[in-house]
Design a protein around this ligand. Structure first.
Ligand code: ZN
Length: 268
């Protein structure tokens, strides 16, 4: 269901396509029944917050404003589920003069909807109380954002490897030539001592390194293997147990291999 602000001009003419394409990646999993897709520009922040409050489980009252801090950066997105099987997506749009491909191609819809699918795996489990908004409570943060970034590229640009590659380059291009991103740095980033360590990094590393790590995992067992990690953790396994079950080697053994692979990719 598209819920569009009274002063907001849509940029993506058919967002339903993005949701359908993303669903195809995860068709064997629990998918949201209904999608509340709330679109708003800077003039509709209060309106968007009121719409979000109608359907969100625990709104804090700042969700719309946080995703539309200024005319230039009014382009954020947020995804939650309501635990009744519905997705709630809040998507900010800049003025039409500042159109960008993330808001016209369907990638923002795909990204946010991927988060809703991640969260939906937790419905009815002991972990649903946190997972409605925040699967990062249970999963590696780079996997949450990286899988969503990978999904938006794979779902929206499924028909052209060149287009997929361009989207990938836009996502991960900043890593290229960054001498700080060594094998050792990557190993620590993928498997830090504590989850809270991820908050100390440049936030975009969750997205770009996360994209490459998720792409590796999807290359091994398909996009569904990555979503199975969420389902297995939701239903009681630790991340390490889930990983071993799906990929056949321990997470500790996999980390240096993945770090080496990512390191080689960003030096190509
Ligand atoms: Zn995200």
């Amino acid at each position: 269901m598209q819920i569009i602000g009274p002063n907001t001009q849509m940029m993506n003419v058919n967002p339903a396509i993005a949701f359908q394409l993303t669903s195809r990646l995860y068709s064997t999993f629990v998918l949201p029944k209904r999608i509340y897709a709330i679109y708003f520009g800077q003039a509709d922040i209060a309106w968007a917050q009121a719409e979000f409050n109608k359907v969100a489980l625990h709104p804090n009252g700042r969700e719309a404003a946080n995703n539309c801090a200024s005319a230039e950066t009014c382009w954020g997105g947020l995804s939650e589920i309501d635990l009744k099987g519905n997705a709630i997506l809040l998507m900010a749009l800049r003025s039409p003069a500042l159109k960008d491909s993330n808001h016209t191609s369907g990638t923002i819809e795909s990204h946010e909807y991927s988060h809703a699918i991640q969260g939906s795996q937790f419905i009815g489990t002991a972990k649903e109380a946190s997972a409605y908004c925040c699967t990062k409570a249970y999963m590696p943060w780079w996997l949450v954002e990286g899988q969503a970034e990978f999904s938006q590229a794979a779902a929206i640009f499924y028909s052209s490897f060149a287009d997929y590659s361009l989207e990938r380059k836009n996502d991960v291009g900043g890593l290229k030539g960054d001498s700080a991103i060594t094998d050792a740095w990557l190993e620590t980033f993928l498997k830090p001592a504590a989850s809270s360590d991820w908050s100390k990094y440049d936030n975009w590393r969750l997205y770009d390194v996360g994209f490459l790590a998720s792409e590796i995992l999807a290359s091994l067992k398909g996009p569904e293997g990555v979503m199975q990690l969420f389902r297995d953790v939701a239903t009681g396994k630790s991340y390490e147990e889930a990983f071993k079950g799906i990929y056949g080697i321990s997470w500790s053994e996999a980390v240096p291999i993945m770090a080496k692979t990512i390191s080689a990719m960003i030096r190509l």
